[in-house]
Design a protein around this ligand. Structure first.
Ligand SMILES: Cc1cc2nc3c(=O)[nH]c(=O)nc-3n(C[C@H](O)[C@H](O)[C@H](O)COP(=O)(O)O)c2cc1C
Length: 212
C-alpha cells in the first residue's frame, strides 16, 4: 500500500495557493487510495532549526556509533524527519517561490533530511568523490505557486527558477529521481490569468492523482 507524505512549505495558511492545490491533489489521491492515511509535515508555519555547528559535528562524526548523548540529541529531529521520509513512498512538497527559490522552511527541511550515512553515502575512489543515493523506490510531486509568469520549462524566466532546480537536484541526489512539478503562476499579475493558471494546475493534479 502506498503511503504519502505531504510537506507544506508556505508560511501562509488558508491563503496559500500552493497549500490549497496540494490539498486538492491529496483529496483526490486519497479517494483513489482509501486505505492509506496521509502524513502532513508542516515546515512553512513552524520553525525547522537551521544547521548549526553542533549539528554539523554530530552529523559528520567519523564514527556514528560513538556519538555522545548530546550529539544524538542534536540529531533527534533530523533522524525523525529522515525516518518519516523513508517510511513513505510518495512525497508531495507544496512550496511557493520565494526570491527565486524555496521558502526558508523548505530549505531547513532539506538540510535536515540530506544526511550522510542515512539518505546518501559518500566514498572516495582515487581521490574522486562517489555519491550513493539511499532513498529509493519513491516518487515526488512538487506543487508550487509563483507571483510572476514564465518560470516553467521554456519560459522567459526559467533561468531564474532556482526552486524547481534545487528540489530536483536535492531529491535526485538522495535517490528520488521521479519528480513532477505542477505550478500555478501569476498571483501578482492579472487576477484572471492567475485564476486560469490555478484551474490548469488543478486539472493536472486531479489527473495525476489517479497514477501517482
Ligand atoms: C518573500 C516572498 C518572496 C517572493 N518571491 C517571488 C519570486 O521570486 N518570484 C515570484 O514569481 N513570486 C515571488 N513571490 C510571490 C509568491 O510566489 C506568490 O505570491 C505565491 O502565489 C505564494 O504562494 P502561497 O500562496 O502558496 O504562499 C514571493 C512572495 C513572498 C512573500
Amino acid at each position: 500500500m502506498s503511503k504519502i507524505l505531504v510537506v507544506h512549505g508556505s508560511p501562509r495558511g488558508e491563503r496559500s495557493h500552493s497549500r490549497r492545490l496540494a490539498e486538492t491533489f491529496l483529496s483526490a489521491w486519497q479517494a483513489a487510495h482509501p486505505q492509506s492515511q496521509p502524513t502532513r509535515r508542516e515546515v512553512g508555519r513552524t520553525v525547522i532549526p537551521p544547521v548549526n555547528e553542533a549539528f554539523i559535528a554530530a552529523a559528520f562524526h567519523p564514527e556514528p556509533q560513538a556519538r555522545s548523548l548530546t550529539m544524538q540529541a542534536d540529531l533527534a529531529l533530523s533522524d525523525a524527519l529522515v525516518a518519516e521520509l523513508q517510511a513513505h513512498d510518495r512525497l508531495v512538497i507544496s512550496a511557493p517561490m520565494h526570491n527565486f527559490s524555496v521558502p526558508s522552511g523548505v530549505k531547513a527541511w532539506i538540510d535536515q533530511i540530506v544526511r550522510i550515512g542515512l539518505t546518501f553515502n559518500h566514498s572516495l575512489d582515487n581521490g574522486v568523490s562517489h555519491y550513493e543515493p539511499l532513498v529509493l523506490g519513491k516518487k515526488a510531486l512538487i506543487v508550487t505557486s509563483r507571483g510572476d509568469f514564465g518560470f516553467g520549462p521554456g519560459g522567459q524566466l526559467e533561468g531564474m527558477n532556482h526552486a524547481d532546480a534545487l528540489l530536483r537536484t536535492v531529491l535526485g541526489f538522495i535517490g528520488i529521481t521521479d519528480v513532477t512539478v505542477v505550478a500555478a503562476e501569476g498571483e501578482e499579475s492579472a487576477e484572471r490569468s492567475f485564476a486560469l493558471s490555478c484551474a490548469e494546475a488543478e486539472e493536472r493534479l486531479l489527473a495525476l492523482a489517479r497514477t501517482f
